[in-house]
Write a new protein. Sequence first.
Length: 498
Amino acid sequence: MCGIIGIVAQNNVAADLYEGLTVLQHRGQDAAGIATLDGHRVNLHKGSGLVRDVFGPTEMQALTGRVGMGHVRYPTAGLDDSSEAQPFYVNSPYGIALGHNGNLINTRELTQELFDSDRRHLNTRSDSEVLLNVLAHELQELGPASLRPEHLFAAVDAVHRRCSGAYSAIAVVSGHGVLCFRDPWGIRPAVLGVRETPAGPEYAVASESVALDVLGFELMRDLRAGEAIFISLDGQLHTHDSPLARELTPCIFEHVYFSRPDSLLDDISVYKARLRMGQTLARKILRERPDHDIEVVIPVPDTSRTSALPLAYDLDVKYREGFIKNRYIGRTFIMPGQAERRKSVRQKLNAIDLEFRGKNVLIVDDSVVRGTTSRQIIQMARDAGARRVYFASASPPVRHANIYGIDMPAASELIACGRTEKEIEQELGADWLIYQDLPDLIEACREGNAQVSQFDTSCFSGDYVTGVSPEYLEQLQQVRSDQARTRRREGVPARATG
Ligand SMILES: O=P(O)(O)OC[C@H]1O[C@H](OP(=O)(O)OP(=O)(O)O)[C@H](O)[C@@H]1O
Ligand SMILES: NC(=O)CC[C@H](N)C(=O)O
Ligand SMILES: [Mg+2]
């Protein structure tokens, strides 16, 4: 899940983009990049690492201009190294730099078309470079020297026609302004905000509203499914609803794990959605075991805290912070390799033995994906002297690959894949494992905005709203499974592009 932000301001914008990216850092820790427009020049700097590692004073000083965009990356396609950091740049037409959150599922076909008929060269295996080149080609085809918003919008409609998958993207177009668009189902988030200044309004678009809050922009609204927004250099805002737009189907995993709790996505407070997840989970526990013997509820920091508190309250048992997180270690799940993820859990979390000793504890996490965290946490609770260790997940079993921008490419790597809940319980070593039911999760999110009638729940349900071929799922597994990546690191060439 990457993070994107674009701003059209009255003064130099690099510092705000930097701040915005640090606020979106939880969406991608692998690489970061910023592109600014200064006259007709596109200034671009990107590299591997956290925002604070990629940009120093020298790089920041070179990013002149009052218009720009930034990206933090969590790879789901191509390579994990700095050559595929974003934004990507093409010089023709106009000079465009683009950053993408999401994942295309017809990259292979598009790559072929770009080579064979569009005569465009791709220099990486990144699906985002493909997205940029499709946009650039379509703009080129429209061909005007004096570009108007309707040309950009027609090109975005053509992107919607050609590209399949999930994408929220922000592009700076040299000499013109900032373009932002959301895929026809609106799977990935994108919000628009305004900041009034004496010199006139400034606009920002971003993955999450928290980035707007921190920079002093007022949240105007979310982009609609399939919508494109263009902010010209003179600060005019233009919008376009695509005829190809479908029913808004935002990714439910944003509410479960990805987004910050202080964000509003599609008018749903992530924080409140997580509180409701805790309440529905409590109801299920009371339904299934009215005479449970849970003595204390303990969250796995950070994300599950919000759900664990109302869960403890509704069960009428104590809530205790039994695991303490090392604040200097990033998110484990979005790390690139399994060995790294496994090592990090232990470095990141430590138990306060006293909170466990002799007690029946219910440990709560937001999700159990590969089981890396839960397996170790359960063992840590036992080592700390817990009598019984129960484990609750605020979301249902993750049984299917994610193809829309979350790096769960191989169903076989998911602990719940092909296992019953009882088998997962044994696999994790828990005395009792309880999962949220999918209808309850959907309801917990939907209660925030009844107008959102459906969510992308594919990793729980296996229903892919865009449709997906078994060949793509097979190919994704072959290219991006942990095993395939280890082989690549050891120098065995990849068999296909993701
Ligand atoms: O089953 P797994 O494959 O281990 O994945 C699930 C875990 O990973 C995430 O935590 P993470 O450490 O990434 O971030 P957090 O601090 O926001 O909870 C998530 O919150 C779960 O704890
Ligand atoms: N998580 C994402 O949104 C990834 C964007 C893009 N597919 C990449 O791998 O760079
Ligand atoms: Mg976690």
